[in-house]
Design a protein around this ligand. Sequence first.
Ligand code: 5GP
Length: 195
Amino acid sequence: MDQVKKGKLFVISGPSGVGKGTLVNLLRTKYPEIIISTSVTTRNPRPGELSGIHYFFIKKEDFLFRINQGNFLEWTEFAGNYYGTDKNIVELTIEQGHNLLLEIDVKGALQVKKHKSDAILIFIEPPSIEELKSRLFKRETESEQEIYERLSIVKSEIDKKTEFNYCLLNDKLDRAFSDLESIVLKEINATESCK
Ligand code: 5GP
């Protein structure tokens, strides 16, 4: 019997406010067959966010319990909240031949690379830290203190971009999306090399 060809695992990462979510949403609309992972988090839902759609919102003690159970492929503490990716869902999705995309922070992306060396890591870079700051203030989803907390780690996040397979600049949304689309399609259509 033919074996199902495994799906590809994409990890999109980069500083908070860089536009990862917007790029992923464009990809989701154009390629609904690519599955976007829903993370688990302890952060409070923002207005309009729904559990099971934007995140699975859970209590901190439940998150800590799940860490102990080894439920996460990766997890991180980011700006005072926990975020994680369910290991079984990732395994099952890929095994069934679906291409899966994670939109996660830089620390989490590097954890994924450690466990899954064939994951395709894509770093989204901001045009400048000033531009990032202005985007974070404009979107009005975090308090001033939370914005500065998110900005305080940007330099260290950008320093890690060399550990990613691809790096793309989000200065113009159209261009960044077309770059992302080319990378994703190239990787999905790549034939396995003979080993
Ligand atoms: P936000 O609170 O703005 O939704 O997310 C904050 C940061 O956490 C973003 O950089 C987002 O990509 C990241 N993030 C969301 N889900 C996960 C996850 O499951 N794991 C990790 N490591 N980061 C995540």
